[in-house]
Design a protein around this ligand. Structure first.
Ligand SMILES: [Zn+2]
Length: 92
């Protein structure tokens, strides 16, 4: 199942030629979950098991750097960076 990012206005989709990674919502942490949902700024958002947020909405500090890992891992307490801030960094 290919994933696409649920953040409002973000068109990133999982594809082999993209280095973007997609992260699940923190289902086990209700408090954190609320913050993530708030940050994606979508009205009437319905979370599903396929909902993902792409790595564009996190900062480098949010990732754990693991030696010999070929993918990024999010820290457990991380929150989604303000999505509007991410957009403004992108070329239009
Ligand atoms: Zn995204």
């Amino acid at each position: 199942m290919p994933y696409s990012c649920v953040a409002y206005g973000c068109a990133n989709r999982a594809s082999p030629e993209q280095s973007t990674q997609f992260f699940r919502f923190p289902h086990s942490n209700e408090e954190l979950m609320k913050k993530w949902i708030e940050a994606i700024k979508r009205k009437h958002f319905k979370l599903s098991q396929y909902s993902r947020i792409c790595s564009d909405h996190f900062t480098n500090d949010d990732f754990q750097i693991l030696p010999n890992a070929n993918r990024l891992l999010l820290r457990l307490d991380t929150t989604v960076t303000d999505i509007h801030e991410c957009w403004s960094l992108r070329p239009t």
